[in-house]
Design a protein around this ligand. Structure first.
Ligand code: SF4
Length: 414
């Protein structure tokens, strides 16, 4: 026993005091979070250990995933976010636009393979009819009334609202009436306008992001919450960002989960073309671990679900993050495009059986969930492969971002 206590004794007194308070259920202050965001070595190991214990107390040993499909219906965008390698200007050759019937076909194909959710996000094409997002919801729901529509970032909601001349509340109300289930809480990056002005000038502001999110929550439309890190921000920005999310969650209870998204830098214009001086090449492994542990300790009491993204971190690190505070592995995705276009090498699909294998190997219990974290099936033992598990060549079966940009089939026309 003494042999175990000795390494823990090497954790600094200040960090031990903060972690002990967290274990006793005290809310962590921004100053305490800032101190934890600087941890290294033994202090960082103590942080991850406490995060894992809090995860066990808050959500138990089950690790969840959702069977879903991404549909990024166009890559044409009027904005120029410097971290985005997915978008194309409308004059470029590689712009594509999936017509409504193709969006519905993809949703139907996903449903037939056992998906319960489609996640729809895209660029902001010029002159998009203001009610187009509403039309997408109606078209899918008409054919697939049970499919959950997890769709449209706050940036897209703002665009739809402006293009349709409807106030945000009314626009969201119409989307809900058309079948929208939840919103992705993306386009958050770092919720600090000084950072936003450098990495994504002209993008939705912090105030507007909060307005869309809190209005959605007030209408009963739940959302995820995200952070994008590993570029020019400092750990203090992480802590302030989490504090802001925590305040919103206290007021609305509308967040389903927190998803840390580390920058995929390889093809990001901010890095590849040197558009942002001093930009880092994504988060380090240590930062990724620290982010998830810190999120569990700071957010866990009010925002129970912390997701590890296999898309951003790869399956192996995502699996390890399950011991650092995370309790969810996100979705199967089927057509991952955003990170793939930025240079992520992890493919566009991880089938359900593979997600379950990762979870079991981490010593935890896999469960398929809905978008809003109701458990659909807990796997106490492995099951027969599902139709999605049997797909041998995802790119040939489902298409891919690279095929879409290279093919004339869905070429964007002004
Ligand atoms: S992040 Fe979204 S809004 Fe920004 S350029 Fe890319 S597609 Fe457009």
């Amino acid at each position: 026993m003494n042999g175990l206590v000795a390494p823990l004794d090497r954790v600094s007194r200040e960090v031990r005091t903060i972690l002990a308070r967290a274990l006793d259920g005290s809310e962590m202050s921004v100053a305490e979070g800032a101190r934890l965001s600087e941890t290294e070595g033994r202090d960082l190991q103590a942080l991850t250990l406490v995060a894992d214990e809090l995860r066990r107390r808050q959500v138990g040993d089950t690790v969840t995933y959702v069977v879903n499909r991404n549909i990024n219906f166009t890559n044409v965008c009027i904005k120029h976010c410097t971290f985005c390698a997915f978008s194309r200007d409308h004059r470029e050759e590689e712009g594509y636009f999936l017509p409504l019937d193709e969006v519905v076909r993809r949703a139907q194909e996903a449903w037939d393979l056992g998906a319960t959710e489609v996640c729809i996000q895209a660029g902001l094409p010029p002159k998009l009819p203001g009610r187009y997002y509403i039309d997408i919801c109606r078209a899918i729901k008409k054919v697939l009334p049970e499919m959950h529509l997890h769709a449209f970032s706050p940036e897209e909601i703002l665009y739809g609202s402006v293009r349709s001349a409807l106030p945000i509340r009314e626009y969201l109300g119409e989307l809900k009436a058309a079948g929208l289930g939840t919103l992705p809480g993306t386009s958050a990056e770092i919720l600090d306008d000084e950072i936003r002005d450098v990495i994504s000038k002209g993008r939705i502001t912090t105030r507007q992001w909060i307005e869309v999110i809190t209005t959605a929550h007030s209408l009963g439309i739940r959302t995820t919450s995200t952070i994008m890190y590993g570029h020019i921000e400092t750990p203090l920005h992480w802590v302030r960002h989490m504090d802001l999310l925590r305040q919103i969650q206290r007021d609305t209870g509308g967040f389903t989960e927190f998803v840390p998204l580390s920058l995929i830098h390889q093809e990001a214009p901010m890095y590849r073309r040197g558009l942002v001086p001093g930009v880092r090449p994504g988060a380090t492994g240590t930062e990724v671990v620290k982010m998830h542990a810190l999120a569990r300790v700071m957010l866990g009491p009010s925002l129970r679900n912390i997701q590890a993204s296999w898309v951003k971190e790869g399956p192996k690190l995502a699996q390890y993050l399950l011991t650092c505070g995370a309790n969810d592995l996100g979705g199967t995705l089927i057509n991952e495009s955003i990170s793939t276009s930025a240079g992520a090498p992890y493919g566009q699909l991880v089938p359900p059986r593979e997600l379950r294998r990762m979870i079991c190997e981490a010593g935890r219990l896999p469960a398929q969930r809905t978008t809003t974290y109701d458990l659909l099936k807990v796997y106490h033992e492995e099951d027969e492969p599902s139709p999605l598990d049997k797909v041998e060549d995802p790119e040939a079966t489902f298409g891919s971002y690279h095929r879409l940009t290279a093919s004339p089939e869905f070429r964007f026309r002004k």
